[in-house]
Unconditional design. Sequence first.
Length: 222
Amino acid sequence: MEKKHILPADIESTSMAIITKELEGAGITLPEENAPVIRRVIHTSADFDYAKNLRFSEGAVARAIEHLKEGAVIVTDTNMALAGVSKPSLKTLNGAAYCFMAEPEIAAKAKEDGTTRAVASMSYAAEKYPNAVFAIGNAPTALLRLSELMDQGLRPALIIAVPVGFVNVVESKEEIFAVCEKYDVPCIAAMGRKGGSNVAAAICNALLYEATDKTDPTKRWK
């Protein structure tokens, strides 16, 4: 194997070209609006199943990008996802990102209510930032709580529903997608068991790069 020194932007561009070629070879044509998100998730995971299992409500990407351009808040359900969200892009847009899962008051509230920290953190975030982008990559209970809150009037800017696992994962994604469609809330979901904090962050970044016109990695890796 010949090893070459390749700059970060070159690595990303080459990876995206490989992804595009392999999708074409498999006869998969991505919807233009959703393609940057799907390619970014495949780039992050090396899993081409996301070309089929990522589901988008109508206009979700365009609506999310416009919201991010206005300086949106992103709320994640793990510090891992929070760490992966592009801070330079958020700064450019005067946005911010938060995760409340590790806050002592959230742990205390969860214990008091006999629930999970994910539920407590979503309740807190929804009250503090009701128009946030909620990026859920780990906890199905977070999605189920958001579903309940939407029935009570919450209208987030976007819900990214990509928890990973085996218990209530499939069901929570199906429920949140249906509730989002009911209330015309944009939603991007990885249907089935796959997902994760890295996928949640990748979707956020795909949207942020579109919003800042930095999909081309040479505009970021300087």
